[in-house]
Design a protein around this ligand. Structure first.
Ligand code: FCB
Length: 459
C-alpha cells in the first residue's frame, strides 16, 4: 500500500535528488563543432517514423543555452544532474579520431554544474549511435561493443578528473527491441535475431567499458535499465503466470542475470534458439558482462499485465510472445497512454532487492507526460496531474526503502520538455515548460513541488 498523500515522509539522509535528460533530446546544434550524424538524425528524417517529421536539429538548444539551464537547475535546488554524452560529437565516425571540440562542450557543462554545486552524473550512451557504426551493422556487430569501450575511455580521459559517477548504457532494452525488433525507434529494423544480437552486444559493450573504466580508476559505475513491472493478469492462472515469466525473461532477466549474476538464464537462451543459433555468444562474454557494478539505475514509468490468450499475435517488441496478450491499461493513464500505478514501482524495487540481493539502486528516470501549457498569465504552468504522479511515485520509493530496499536517489524525467523520440515534441515530460518558438523556459508547478521535496528531503 502506498502511503496516502497526506502523510509526511522523510527520505534517508544523503538521498540524492536530481533530474535527467539525454543528448539528442535537448542539445540541438546537430551539425556544430564537428558532430557527426547519429541514427536518430537518419531515423527522424525517414518519412513516417517520427510524429510530424520532428527532428532533434534544434531541440531545446541546450548546446548554446547550457549556462542558463544550469542556473535554472541551481534555482530549483537540484543536487545532481544526469545527462548523456553524444557519441557522434566525440567520435563523429564512431571509431577514428576524437573530436576535441565535442569534448569541450561537456567539459564546459561539467565545470558549470560543479561551479553551482550540482553533481554531474554521466550516461555514456542514450541511443544516439553514430550513423557510420550503424552502416557497419550497429549493435548487431560485435565491433560496436569494442568501439563503445574505446569511446567511453576517450570521454573519461577528459572528464574523469571531475565526474565521479558513470553510467554505461541507458535502457538497452529500448536500443535492442525498439531499435531492431519492432523498429519503432532508430535504426528501425524489424528482425528478432538482430534484436537478440543487439541485446548481447550492448551488454558486452557495457562489460568492456566497465573493464576499461575500472582500469582508469572509476569507482562509481553502473548501468540503467527499464525493467518491466510485469504481472500475470490472473495470479491464480498457471498459463498467465507462465506468460508473465516469459515476458519477465525477455525484458528483465535477460539483462539482470548476466549483469548481476554473470550468466544468461537458461530458459531465455532456449527461447532465443527459436530465432538464432547463438553463435554470437562467445565463451568468456558473460564474465566480462558480469563484473561488479556499484549502482543499478532503474527507469520506471508504468506497469504491464499479461495473460495467456491462445491464437493472439506476438508483441513485436517481445519476439516469440505469440499467444500472450498485453492488457490495455485499466485505470488512469498519462498523455503517453501509460497506466499510472505507483505500487507497481514498490513491487518492482522489492523484487530486485529479493532476487538480486546486495544491489544498490537509484531511480534514474521517473515522470509523466501531460500536455499542460502556460495559463492565461503566460507565466505559470499548472500541472496538477504531474504533481500527483510524482507525489505517488515518490511515496512508492519511500515505501520500498521502508521495506529494506537499498535505494539511494531519484532523478525526475525530465528537467524540461524535450524531443520525445518517435513522439517528437508532441509529448511533454518536463517539470520545466519549453516554448519551442522562443526557447523560453517556464518552471511548471511540478518544478516548484519538486524543489520543495528536495528542500525537505521528503514530502
Ligand atoms: C525513457 C527514455 C527517455 C525518455 C523517457 C520518457 O525510455 O530513457 O529518454 O524518452 O523514456
Amino acid at each position: 500500500m502506498t502511503n496516502p498523500s497526506t502523510q509526511s515522509v522523510t527520505f534517508p539522509e544523503g538521498f540524492l535528488w536530481g533530474s535527467a535528460t539525454a543528448s539528442y533530446q535537448i542539445e540541438g546544434a546537430a551539425r556544430e563543432d564537428g558532430r557527426g550524424p547519429s541514427i536518430w538524425d537518419t531515423f527522424s528524417r525517414t518519412p513516417g517514423k517520427v510524429h510530424a517529421g520532428h527532428t532533434g536539429d534544434v531541440a531545446c538548444d541546450h548546446y548554446h543555452r547550457y549556462r542558463d539551464d544550469v542556473a535554472m537547475m541551481a534555482d530549483l535546488g537540484l543536487q545532481a544532474y544526469r545527462f548523456s554524452i553524444a557519441w557522434p560529437r566525440i567520435r563523429p565516425d564512431g571509431t577514428g579520431p576524437v573530436n576535441p571540440a565535442g569534448l569541450d562542450f561537456y567539459d564546459r557543462l561539467v565545470d558549470e554544474l560543479r561551479g553551482k554545486g550540482i553533481t554531474p552524473v554521466v550516461t555514456l550512451y542514450h541511443w544516439d549511435l553514430p550513423q557510420s557504426l550503424e552502416d557497419r551493422g550497429g549493435w548487431t556487430s560485435r565491433d560496436t561493443s569494442y568501439a563503445f569501450a574505446d569511446y567511453a575511455l576517450a570521454v573519461h580521459k577528459r572528464l574523469g578528473d571531475r565526474v565521479e559517477t558513470w553510467t554505461t548504457l541507458n535502457e538497452p532494452w529500448c536500443s535492442a527491441y525498439l531499435g531492431y525488433a519492432s523498429g519503432v525507434h532508430a535504426p528501425g529494423i524489424q528482425d528478432p535475431e538482430s534484436a537478440f544480437k543487439a541485446v548481447h552486444h550492448l551488454l558486452l559493450g557495457h562489460g568492456l567499458a566497465t573493464e576499461a573504466l575500472r582500469d582508469a580508476g572509476v569507482r562509481q559505475l553502473g548501468i540503467t535499465l527499464n525493467p518491466a513491472a510485469v504481472s500475470p493478469a490472473d495470479p491464480d492462472s498457471e498459463a498467465d503466470v507462465a506468460a508473465a515469466h516469459l515476458v519477465d525473461g525477455l525484458q528483465n532477466r535477460i539483462f539482470f542475470d548476466p549483469i548481476l549474476r554473470g550468466s544468461y538464464p537458461d530458459d531465455v537462451l532456449r527461447h532465443i534458439r527459436r530465432f538464432s543459433d547463438l553463435n554470437w555468444l562467445r565463451t568468456g562474454d558473460e564474465t566480462i558482462i558480469g563484473q561488479p557494478i556499484d549502482v543499478l539505475g532503474i527507469n520506471y514509468y508504468s506497469p504491464s499485465y499479461v495473460r495467456s490468450k491462445p491464437g493472439i499475435e506476438g508483441n513485436p517488441t517481445a519476439p516469440g510472445t505469440e499467444g500472450i496478450e498485453f492488457l490495455p491499461p485499466a485505470g488512469p493513464v498519462t498523455d503517453m497512454g501509460w497506466a499510472i500505478e505507483p505500487a507497481a514501482l514498490t513491487r518492482l524495487l522489492e523484487r530486485i532487492h529479493t532476487d538480486y540481493p546486495g544491489t544498490t539502486l537509484m531511480i534514474t528516470e521517473n515522470g509523466a507526460a501531460y500536455p499542460t501549457g502556460p495559463d492565461e498569465t503566460g507565466d505559470r504552468v499548472p500541472d496538477a496531474d504531474r504533481v500527483a504522479y510524482l507525489d505517488g511515485h515518490l511515496r512508492a520509493c519511500h515505501d520500498a526503502i521502508a521495506r529494506g530496499v537499498d535505494l539511494r536517489g531519484y532523478f525526475v524525467w525530465s528537467l524540461m520538455d524535450n524531443y520525445e523520440w518517435a513522439e517528437g515534441y508532441n509529448k511533454r515530460f518536463g517539470v520545466v515548460y519549453v516554448d519551442y518558438d522562443t526557447q523560453r523556459r517556464i518552471p511548471k508547478d511540478s518544478a516548484r513541488f519538486y524543489s520543495e521535496v528536495i528542500r525537505n528531503n521528503g514530502l
